[in-house]
Design a protein around this ligand. Sequence first.
Ligand SMILES: Nc1ncnc2c1ncn2[C@@H]1O[C@H](COP(=O)(O)OP(=O)(O)OP(=O)(O)O)[C@@H](O)[C@H]1O
Length: 240
Amino acid sequence: MLSLRAVNQYYGNQHTLWNIDLDLTPGACTSVIGLPGMGKTTLINCITGYLPVESGSMIWQEAGAPPRDLLNVRAEHRCAMGMGYVPQDRRIFSQLTVEENLHIAMMAGGAARNAVSQDIYDLFPELYTLRKTRGAGLSEDNQQQLAMARALVTHPRLLILDEPTRGLGQAFVHKLGNLIVRLNQDFGITILLAEQQLAFIRRVADRFCLLHRGRSVAEGEVKQLDDRMLSHWMTPDSAR
Ligand SMILES: Nc1ncnc2c1ncn2[C@@H]1O[C@H](COP(=O)(O)OP(=O)(O)OP(=O)(O)O)[C@@H](O)[C@H]1O
């Protein structure tokens, strides 16, 4: 679905991503993992188009359509191509209601200002109850649900989640894990997840790409993530 080759990114003169290769298999859930500050969000922002890439390629490929290099596609058009994005800070409109937040996302994705589909409220029943509540009045858990619902109203084929568990309690993290597995396995949505919580990664993801100081240092199936690799790359004391 998406293949990155030799992607390099700079903040000013700080070289942050170094020759990143990444392949997202259609239908799989792939997790970008790594300690804080290793480049997960930067990589996600390059894929969504919110950060410019210095060099490399990002080829978007879907069955029956010619491949496209995403570097030629503006961020706002990547959504219309089938990419949904849930940023780490959620970015919901705090003064607008749940329903208004969802309408804006639908219109930004090119849809008419129709009612929010019942499918969305079936996935997020609390949001139906809260549909007239402003974003500012939502709990952290419900803000996360709204950010996910907003990404799903445009029917993405690739859903990108940047540390969705951050700041959430364990009960909601469990529920979130169930939802991501359902979106991936029952709805067939390909998922890219930046995450640090290993238990969560093991529960929801099939594949991983491990970043260390902006370099991809290991990749493979999540079941190959063993203690040796984790203590080498995922404990701050051993970070080299
Ligand atoms: N806007 C920015 N300007 C300059 N440097 C930045 C900027 N954003 C991030 N960085 C730096 O880029 C590197 C990678 O940061 P990034 O946020 O991508 O890491 P991360 O793995 O997502 O971390 P976290 O888990 O804390 O979100 C870090 O050294 C960070 O300080």
